[in-house]
Design a protein. Structure first.
Length: 202
């Protein structure tokens, strides 16, 4: 799910949620979209799967409006919707850029994280909220997510907060490589059944 925000007001322009396939798994991704849904399973040059994206306007970060936007996106995104099933491990990845509050519009807004977490928890998923901000060298997962407002926003939900470095990284081969033939990816991501990217437009 993509969040487009305005730095001065903190108001959101809208959301775009999407899915693609990574190593046989449905993985939430984001791509710029002018709205509507792209045809699923199309391929880009080189045979890579094309993301399916649905955009939804949202005029502010009021909780019910954000949740409605998320629900509307999921109605159009069958791979993500079907991936939210009881017992599945779902990683929600917000974009934590720095230890600043929601009013600065720097990180993914807490209401967006809350809405996505609600959907996954209501589906019976095991929900982990995780990122790896470059500045967080010594902080605990709870401290890092609290600074971004996510711990308070998700209070009452059965979610776990993590850092992507915990559990280590695994080397993964790159198909049709252009410059490098392998990359290191967080084990948290590789072991998840579904990964939803809650990115912040910068």
């Amino acid at each position: 799910m993509r969040e487009d925000g305005q730095r001065r007001s903190g108001a959101s322009d809208g959301f775009a949620m999407g899915t693609t396939t990574l190593r046989g798994r449905d993985t939430g991704v984001s791509r710029r979209s002018n709205g509507g849904a792209h045809s699923p399973h199309r391929e880009r040059d080189g045979g890579l799967p094309m993301s399916v994206v649905h955009a939804r306007p949202c005029s502010d970060y009021e909780a019910s409006g954000v949740r409605s936007a998320v629900d509307a996106c999921l109605e159009r995104l069958e791979p993500v919707r079907l991936g939210l099933r009881p017992g599945r491990r779902v990683v929600l990845k917000p974009n934590i850029i720095s230890a600043r509050g929601a009013e600065t519009a720097v990180c993914t807004h807490p209401s967006v994280v809350r809405a996505a977490a609600e959907v996954a928890c209501e589906a019976g998923c095991d929900v982990v909220i995780a990122d790896e901000p470059g500045y967080a060298r010594t902080g605990t997962p709870e401290e890092v997510h609290a600074a971004a407002g996510y711990v308070e926003a998700c209070r009452g939900l059965p979610v776990t907060f993590e850092l992507l470095k915990r559990g280590g990284y695994r080397q993964v081969a790159v198909s049709s490589p252009l410059a490098i033939d392998s990359v290191l990816i967080s084990s948290l991501v590789l072991d998840a059944d579904l990964v939803v990217n809650l990115c912040k437009c910068k």
